[in-house]
Design a protein around this ligand. Structure first.
Ligand SMILES: *[C@@H]1O[C@H](CO)[C@@H](O)[C@H](O)[C@H]1NC(C)=O
Ligand SMILES: *[C@@H]1O[C@H](CO)[C@@H](O)[C@H](O)[C@H]1NC(C)=O
Length: 361
């Protein structure tokens, strides 16, 4: 997720870009003096894997391929140029120039995708040749796009409209358009796949609801209410590795964590939930939901957050993730002021997540 502030702010913010890699084993940050990679394997220590801060390149996009030495980088100095590097050897493998500013770069084991405002370039990771170009897409000024990390049925999603929240699903293995999902009434603000790319979470620029769809058929599985506050812009969405939790961060001080729990017939009721009145109520209603008119059943599906993180700041751009660190689920938040915060997530009771560590990036 690009924290890129291309205006005056740039001089005061430490971090231009921050992004967790595909399996959340490392954090990449772009700064005014290059880029850094950190290993995410413990709560208390944050090991630097790579740091080229002596260079003068202001890096605005970095994507590392899993735990490999392959990174794709773009700098503010040459925003139309993509460089693919082997960071351990310190060598450049190749570079490509595009017709316009690069707004997003995504890598998986078979493809590299470059996002421009009105087109997407799909490269073959093996020889870096352009396999396919998706031209004349609706304007995508934030460079929104997700590439699934799985090897089979590898999907790319990008906005299908600049007026509504339509999502285009494209198969990057077969290079064919797959389907469209009408996810929201207003334009998309954030998207995330689960690790098998069978679920897609979306948020619109209104920021009040977050939806989860099945991929590629686009069936709505969950709907969560973030809150009633207006003018909230959701900056990032991310599933936990087991797809049971979804976190959403925004320009407010609260990061919401939702639990993707199936109610009703498909799942045996959890003891404490069925004994509570709400649990019973939800179960009865969701069992009968298929008999209700669609408008009513839609309202019943709206869930609230399961857990929250209260940040010590608000208004600065950030990126969130849920991962397992030292065998327990943790919520990670990296912000443009140059900190990584690690919180504990209680997978049974939820509630407010306790801050465990704050690392200086
Ligand atoms: C970009 O790649 C070309 C070869 O395609 C190479 O000649 C050139 O030196 C590279 N540019 C930089 C800045 O490394
Ligand atoms: C992703 O979601 C699907 C259901 O849509 C589920 O079957 C799959 O296990 C999830 N992936 C992971 C890694 O949990």
């Amino acid at each position: 997720y690009n924290l890129g502030s291309r205006g005056n702010e740039l001089s005061t913010r430490k971090i231009i870009f921050a992004n967790f890699n595909q399996d959340c084993t490392s954090l990449a940050v772009g700064t005014k003096h290059g880029y850094k990679l950190f290993a995410l394997n413990s709560v208390d220590t944050l090991d630097v894997i790579y740091d080229n801060e002596s260079e003068t390149e202001d890096v605005c996009l970095v994507d590392r391929l899993f735990s490999s030495s392959l990174v794709a980088i773009v700098s503010l100095m040459s925003p139309r140029k993509l460089k693919v590097c082997h960071f351990k050897k310190g060598t450049e493998i190749c570079n490509y120039s595009y017709s316009n500013t690069i707004l997003g770069v995504k890598l998986n084991r078979i493809r590299l995708v470059v996002v421009l405002e009105e087109s997407l370039y799909i490269h073959n990771i093996r020889d870096m040749k352009v396999l396919h170009t998706i031209r004349d897409t609706p304007s995508n000024p934030k460079g929104l796009c997700c590439l699934s990390v799985n090897n089979d049925n590898s999907f790319l999603v990008y906005p299908g409209s600049s007026i509504t929240g339509e999502v285009q699903i494209f198969d990057v293995t077969t290079l064919n358009a797959v389907s469209t999902i009408n996810a929201h009434d207003s334009p998309l603000a954030a998207m995330a796949f689960n690790s098998t790319a069978t679920k897609l979470a979306t948020a619109s620029c209104k920021g009040t609801v977050i939806r989860v769809f099945s991929v590629p058929d686009g069936q709505k599985l969950f709907e969560f209410r973030r809150g009633v506050k207006r003018c909230v812009s959701i900056g990032s969405l991310a599933f936990s590795p087991d797809s049971l939790f979804l976190c959403a961060s925004s320009n407010t001080e609260t990061v919401h964590i939702f639990k993707l729990e199936q109610m009703g017939a498909e799942k045996a009721p959890v003891a404490d939930e069925s004994s509570s009145w709400m649990g019973y109520f939800n179960k009865v209603l969701s069992n009968s939901a298929s008999y209700l008119p669609s408008q009513v059943s839609e309202v019943l599906n709206q869930g609230r957050d399961f857990a929250t993180v209260k940040l010590s700041f608000q208004g600065s751009r950030n990126v969130c993730a849920i991962t397992t660190l030292q065998k327990l689920p943790r919520v990670l938040v990296a912000d443009e002021d140059g900190f990584l915060y690690i919180y504990n997530l209680d997978p049974m009771d939820g509630g407010e997540c306790a801050l465990l560590r704050q690392h200086n990036l």
